[in-house]
Design a protein around this ligand. Sequence first.
Ligand code: 1QQ
Length: 374
Amino acid sequence: ATAACVSESGADTTADSALSGSGAGEECKIDETVKLGAVFSLTEAAAFAGEYQKEGLELAIEELNAAEGIEYELVLEDDGSTVEGSTVAFEKLINRDQVSAIIGPTLSNMAFSTYTDAQSAGVPALGVSTTAEGIPEIGDYIFRASLPEVSALAASIPAAKETLDMKKVAVLHDSADEFTVSAYRTITDELGEEGIEIAVDESFGTDDTDFAAQLGKVLEEDVDAVILSALPKATVPLVKQARDLGITAPIVGGNAFNSPVLIGALGDAAEGLIVGGAWSAASETTGNAEFIAAYNAKYDRAPDQFAAQAYTGAYLIDQAIRADCDANRESIKDNLGQILEYDSVLGPISIDEGGEVTQTPVVQIVRDGAFTLL
Ligand code: 1QQ
C-alpha cells in the first residue's frame, strides 16, 4: 500500500502507509520498524566528535525503543572525515536503506554537499554538530539541533572580553574548512561590534603542522587572547608551539573546542581556554543528570557536548514522528519545523520552519583541565 507523490522539493517520495500509525504522541503506534540513518565521522580527523555522537545517539535509540509504540533501527555510517565518504554514506542511507530521516554529518564541511543531496532526494536531515552559517537555508528538508556558531560566539566573545579584559587580540583561522571560515567571519564581526582590536590576523590549512610564521606575528604583539578558529588536528600543534614560544595569552575557541579529547590533548596549554557551546555537564537542564548517569553507566566515560546533541537529535525526530504518528519522510519534514518547545538536556530547544534551532548558549572556561561554567 504505497502512494507515489511529489514533494515540495520536486523529488519523488513514496508514502508508505505501514510507516504511518494510529494515535498520536505517547499513544502513537507504528507497525513497521522505523529506520533512522546517521552519518558521523567515526574515523580520522573528526572522530574526536563522531565517537561521542555515536554513543549519544545509540543511548537515545535504546531509551526510545524501551518506550511503547515505535521500534527504531539505527543505520550508522562512517564518513571517514571526508566529503566523498559523507556523500557515499548519504547515498546509501537515502537509496539502499530508505531511511525515514538522517542525523549528521559531523562537520559543516561535509554538510554543504550532503544536505544538497538529502534535499533533492526529499529526505529530512537533522544536523547535531553542524554550526556554520547557511546550513538550514540549504532547503526545507534541512534542520539543525546544533547551536549555530553565530550564537555561540555572540555569547563567548563578550564573556571573554569581560573575563580577560580583552582589548587587543590575535585571530588565527583555518582557511580551508567551511566551518572554521564561517566562524572566522563571525569572530571578526563580533570583535568589531565589541570594539576589540585585531592586531594579528593569520590563516593556515586544515592539515598544517608548522605554525612558526603565524606565531611569529603573534609574538610581535602583546595580545590579551588568541582567538582560534580551527579543528583539533591543527589546534594541538598550534597551541603547543605557541606555548613553547612563550605565548601565554589564553585561547578563545570555536565549537571544536567543546571536546574533552581536545582539552586532554592540549593538557596545561588549555588552561584558561574560553568557549561557547550548546551544553554543559554542570547545567541543571531537564534530564541532564539522568543522561550523564546513563551515559557513564553504558560507556564508562562522561558524555561531551557532541554526545548530548546527538542524544537530543534522536528525541527531536521521535517528537516529530509522534506528532502525527507518521514516520514518512514528508511528515517528519513537516513536523521537525514545528518543534515549538522541547525541554532537552540542552535546555529548552525549538526548531523553526526554516530549520533553524533556538536555544540558550553556555560559555565555559577550562580550569584544572575541566570545563567550568563561566
Ligand atoms: C562544524 C562544527 C564542528 C566543530 C563539529 C565537530 O561545529 O563543522 O560545524
